[in-house]
Design a protein around this ligand. Sequence first.
Ligand code: NDP
Ligand code: HSE
Length: 438
Amino acid sequence: MPSSRIVSQKPLRIGIAGLGTVGGGIVRILQKHGALIADRACRPIKIVAVSGRSRTKKRSINLTKYKWFNDPVAMAHDPDIDVIVEVIGGAGGVAKKLVETALANGKAVATANKALMAHHGYELAKLAEKHDTALMYEASVAGGIPIIKVLREGFAGNDIQAVFGILNGTCNYILTEMRSSGRDFKDVLKEAQAKGYAEANPAMDIEGTDTAHKICILGALAFGVKPDMAHLPVSGIGHLTAADMTHAEELGFKVKLLGIARRGNDGRIVQMVEPCLVATGSTIGAVDGVYNAVLTEGDFVGDNLLVGRGAGEGPTASAVVADLIDYALGFKTPVFGVTTPNMKKAKRMDPGEMVGHFYLHLSVKDKPGVLAEIAAIMRDHKISIEAVLQRGHNPGKPVSIVMMSHKARRADMEAATAEISNLASVAGKPCLMRIESF
Ligand code: NDP
Ligand code: HSE
């Protein structure tokens, strides 16, 4: 077995709260790669304590050598622990109390908790600064892709104009499987849960909230603004059907749930989450399954694309361990790239002002004149149509019509869609998606 370069140095002592998918993975990496990590960290990283909800639960990891805490917050008072790893989850509750207590006691924290960082990251960063300690969260966004480090350190010399991409592995896995095999949404979701990709409450994934947490964090890092979940419009993938995947494919696109943070020339920021159509042949169009893709635009570095597994035990635990090694080496950066007094309140742009091409899927009664009614509404809202697709002939019964618009303002497109949905000949809810052209 290779021996550590600096074995005599004091080990970094960690306490892990949460022993599920991510916590279990961290234990496994630290147990398997102890010597390798000690070499890279220039000192051993040693688990000294763990905490879970149930001590008697059967687990596939060996915890016999570690002190057990029923109460994770008590662990944050233990003088024998240097770093608390919080992998319990949840924006508030015990996870928040644990992180606050650890920071207040001068302990460093490594977390995978994007909900906590998006909702309370600013206050927690202030607390970390006050107690001169570190708050690390690489695992909270895009699993194995080191995007926090890239934005905060790798691109630190750039003015960042945009960061966006596929940020939820569960949704990308579901959309990919629905498209490739036409399988049922619920069936694929169950599979994503079994693989450890989904959140404890999978509605967080499906409804886009998890992507919103992540793009909120990335926006804060990219633009030096306070994370602000209150001004981040979110729509998820729950309303999409297999027919939407098929129509998108016929038009040369795939559907992807995107988190977007972009700054206009006037300095205003738009941040949002929405399913979009992306060209099948584009780089992001090729990112399928549990993979995530993060695109950035910096003024000197130019465009950049990072792809990697966005969820699951291995990639997420790998990111937490990287944070621990950084800390062991003595790296400490401002939590969001700039110190909290230098973080600004963002000037926001209304997403309605965004201009783009749109996809609109309608279920309409197959009778003469319907298309003319729809086209008239589009005309009234100054929207011109680039392509129309109608499949099947079913007199008097519903058929699908799919339209692609030329460039239009989102607000106009939304107003036209609302008006169209009120037509007697239109059945069900129209599906409107923007076409992201990068
Ligand atoms: P799991 O549900 O698999 O694990 C949660 C763990 O927390 C369990 O071990 C549970 O204990 C423990 N726990 C719950 N409540 C308490 C409590 N009051 N005291 C002590 N322990 C408690 O979640 P994940 O591992 O999937 O996720 C953990 C965090 O990582 C979340 O913030 C999630 O958003 C984030 N994350 C997850 C990713 C993934 O792919 N799964 C990827 C990126 C981030 P017990 O085992 O006894 O029930
Ligand atoms: N539920 C999340 C996802 C975990 O599927 O992407 C990774 O953050």
